[in-house]
Design a protein around this ligand. Structure first.
Ligand code: NI
Length: 277
């Protein structure tokens, strides 16, 4: 038995490339985080967009609280050990009755991280269902080599480059990842996954938190990350400061600096200067 996951769960993650569901928040706590997001959106008059969907834990204290959540970190520690950096976070928000989708892809394609001991904790802030476009995982696909991807920059694709796998994917092997608000799934950086549009009348909100052990390296740029647990004897990343207050001057500066580095890595070879809206 690990800190949070059973031995079977840990073995299942290594065999299948994913494990779910892991309960980390109560339904009420998940609803509370959704209210934080939506009260910010009410102030700006539009959904969280562009660069602010990424590394939002540097902007908002309530996202910072989530990336440091002891239950999430206990489960992640069971998979990658006790010395943990949060490399990034990405909000995956699918608006009600919206064509937004995620093509089949491997996260590893543009991230520049080596070796591939990278785990995503995908925390559901609303239920994730077949109707609202839950994620689908291809069982055991993290053991295949890196597959070739093509950039589509399709307007409805929620990925940075609209990247998709260039070869046929057998979708019938997809496993649907149904989660209740407050549960999370865990998946490996090379796992093939995708998701369909939200056909319901409510939004679907998930926060993908990308965790790495401190020995992982970024091969594309001098990158930054947040030390969330344990010690770091490798210093492969510059440290990010935690926000003292939502959107204060220091938080905005740290976020801008850190996102600029990540855009440089993820959009290498293109003209992009910021994340797509
Ligand atoms: Ni992905």
């Amino acid at each position: 038995m690990g800190r949070m996951l059973s031995d079977e769960a840990v073995a299942g993650y290594h065999r299948d490339g994913f494990y779910f569901p892991v309960p980390v928040l109560t339904g009420e706590e998940a609803a509370g985080y959704r209210r934080h997001l939506e009260s910010h959106e009410a102030k700006t008059g539009h959904p969280l967009q562009g660069n602010w969907r990424h590394k939002a834990h540097l902007l908002f204290t309530w996202v910072d609280e989530l990336v440091h959540h002891p239950k999430i970190l206990d489960a992640v520690e069971d998979l990658i050990g006790p010395d943990i950096l949060c490399w990034t976070t990405n909000f995956f928000i699918k608006e009600a009755s919206n064509p937004g989708f995620v093509s089949w892809h491997q996260d590893a394609t543009y991230w520049g991280l080596e070796p591939d001991d990278v785990v995503t904790a995908w925390v559901a802030l609303t239920d994730a269902t077949p109707e609202n476009g839950y994620m689908q995982f291809l069982h055991g696909s993290h053991k295949t080599e890196q597959l070739p991807h093509v950039d589509t920059f399709h307007k409805d694709n929620l990925l940075s480059r609209g990247q998709e796998i260039a070869v046929e994917v057998d979708k019938s092997k997809g496993v649907g990842i149904a989660l209740k608000a407050g549960e999370m799934s865990l998946h490996h950086i090379k796992l093939v996954h995708g998701s369909e549009p939200n056909r319901t009348s409510d939004r679907r909100i998930g926060l993908a938190i990308r965790y790495i052990p401190t020995y992982v390296r970024q091969t594309k740029v001098r990158d930054a990350a947040t030390l969330v647990r344990g010690t770091d004897k490798f210093h492969n990343f510059d440290y990010e400061p935690r926000p003292a207050a939502d959107l204060d001057e220091a938080a905005l500066k740290a976020h801008a600096d850190s996102v600029a580095r990540q855009v440089k890595a993820l959009y290498a070879g293109t003209e992009k200067q910021e994340f797509r809206a």
